[in-house]
Ligand binder design. Structure first.
Ligand SMILES: O=C(CO)[C@@H](O)[C@H](O)COP(=O)(O)O
Ligand SMILES: [Fe+2]
Length: 224
């Protein structure tokens, strides 16, 4: 199952993954239809607990609801203090990829193992102010690294260019690692991230701030 999910995600790369944080939650199904029509091939779901980050978003029911309506890969970004306590529930909800923050855990290898036991793709996220050596010892075990190009917590922040060097150095050191970038990705920033070797591009405001998702998505994809 893990290998199938990993292959499926690899097969859609390079991919624009809309972050649903800023979508219209009063019309979630309509948003999903519009994104599907726009040619989107995966979704990024931001889970925030009001503790690891000051913001609060949504949890398993939204993931489970979306799972009923689409078979697109669901990439769940856990911005929560205790990922170990919720991984089983997000697996039951239908996540395909579960990414936790390195800043939140003491034993990343145990969390990666817990995610893998469910046959789910594992990702480790790192905030811009966290030294890269915090990832030492776990990059070899994980499937993906999510390089945050804003401090996790809110949509609509400005891209932090130091993410580019981080992507480049990870790509050089780990040619097969799935690389994802998240925060401030738009037409002006997506091309540099692609050139740095990134595979998955999370986009919030640059899609949901536009009236026409199809045009927004295809212009971003053209830059990949
Ligand atoms: O994880 C996060 C924020 O913490 C993101 O996924 C944002 O939702 C991306 O939004 P934009 O920066 O593209 O507006
Ligand atoms: Fe995110």
């Amino acid at each position: 199952m893990l290998q199938q999910r990993l292959d499926r995600i690899r097969n859609i790369t390079p991919a624009v993954l809309p972050s649903l944080l800023q979508c219209d939650f009063g019309d979630l199904r309509g948003e999903l239809e519009r994104l599907t029509k726009a040619g989107v091939e995966g979704l990024h779901l931001d889970v925030m607990d009001g503790h690891f980050v000051p913001n609060l978003s949504y949890g398993m029911p939204i993931v489970a609801g979306l799972r009923r309506w689409t078979d697109m890969p669901l990439d769940v970004h856990l911005m929560i203090s205790d990922p170990a306590a919720y991984i089983d529930a997000f697996a039951d909800a239908g996540a395909d990829m579960l990414t936790f923050h390195i800043e939140a855990v003491e034993n990343p290898l145990a969390i990666i193992d817990q995610i893998h036991r469910h046959g789910i793709v594992a990702g480790v996220a790192i905030n811009p102010d966290t030294p890269m050596d915090r990832l030492d010892g776990c990059v070899e075990a994980t499937d993906a690294v999510l390089v945050m190009s804003v401090k996790a917590g809110f949509g609509g922040q400005a891209f932090r260019p130091e993410a580019i060097e981080r992507l480049k150095s990870l790509r050089e050191a780990y040619p097969d690692l799935l690389l994802e970038v998240d925060g401030g990705i738009k037409e002006e920033t997506i091309g540099d991230c692609r050139q740095a070797g990134c595979d998955l591009f999370v986009v919030g405001s640059a899609i949901f701030g536009q009236s026409d998702y199809q045009t927004a998505v295809s212009r971003l994809r053209d830059l990949l």
